[in-house]
Write a protein that binds this ligand. Structure first.
Ligand SMILES: C[S@@+](CC[C@H](N)C(=O)[O-])C[C@H]1O[C@@H](n2cnc3c(N)ncnc32)[C@H](O)[C@@H]1O
Length: 229
């Protein structure tokens, strides 16, 4: 990283390092072993998807891989953090292709995925539109992106957060966060060239996350699905 790096790129660089150090700091699973609370309700039926593989974009420690594998298609899991990928349980690692990469530059072929999940990630990205454009590139025409984007009324908003240098917030001075209104969230997808299919607000509870968030909390996110037309 050079000192002349633009502020958002610098934030992205520091942010990715913070996540990697978090995963490496403990053998415990930071996000727990169960899929995120909104997934079962919003996972499309495989029959409703066009042909193509499944991508868990920024998979973390892979908590959402079991329901994705149940779709019965080849699954790829990517993350910028090598430490996160190393923590995916062996039973799941054997069944997925792993890719260590920034989400904005994925070394994966265009138009190869029928379904992409981006779970608990957009709010952590200083430059989300670049990532959404890259995910659009990977989708087959008609392919679906499922994504959650927390609003200002999410249970974690403002807790231990200070303004970041460029925009958004830093949680504990290290992890980038930004919260979006419904209009802003939908505009991100449209700016990335995706066609909005549906969006609605969902609430779910999370247990504490070891070494990251000490208290149980409630998330309130917009869940959006969008299509590459
Ligand atoms: C809050 S975690 C969510 C992990 C996982 N999707 C889940 O639901 O358990 C955010 C993840 O995004 C990854 N991440 C953040 N910025 C990234 C980037 N620019 N490229 C790739 N991964 C990134 C982090 O390493 C981290 O694993």
């Amino acid at each position: 990283m050079s000192s002349s790096e633009p502020p958002l790129a610098k934030l992205n660089h520091h942010n990715k390092s913070a996540w990697d150090e978090l995963y490496a700091s403990t053998k415990e699973s930071v996000w727990g072993g169960s899929p995120v609370g909104f997934l079962a309700q919003h996972l499309p039926l495989a029959a409703a998807l066009p042909p193509g593989a499944v991508l868990d974009a920024a998979t973390g420690e892979g908590r959402n891989l079991p329901p994705l594998l149940a779709l019965g298609r080849p699954v790829t899991a990517c993350d910028a953090s090598a430490a996160a990928l190393a923590k995916i349980p062996a039973s799941l690692r054997q069944r997925v292709a792993l890719v260590e990469s920034d989400l904005a530059e994925l070394p994966l072929p265009s138009a190869s995925f029928g379904f992409v999940l981006l779970c608990d990630v957009v709010e952590t990205l200083p430059e989300p539109v670049a990532v959404l454009r890259e995910l659009r590139r990977l989708l087959v025409p008609g392919g679906l992106l499922l994504i959650n984007i927390p609003g200002d009324d999410d249970g974690i908003t403002g807790i231990d957060m200070e303004p970041a240098e460029a925009r958004g917030w830093l949680y504990r001075g290290r992890y980038y966060y930004r919260f979006y209104s419904r209009a802003e969230a939908e505009a991100l997808l449209v700016e990335a060239g995706l066609e909005l299919v549906q969006s609605h607000v969902t609430t779910w509870n999370e247990e504490p996350h070891p070494h990251f968030r000490p208290d149980a909390h409630t998330h309130r996110s917009l869940i959006l699905s969008a299509r590459r037309s």
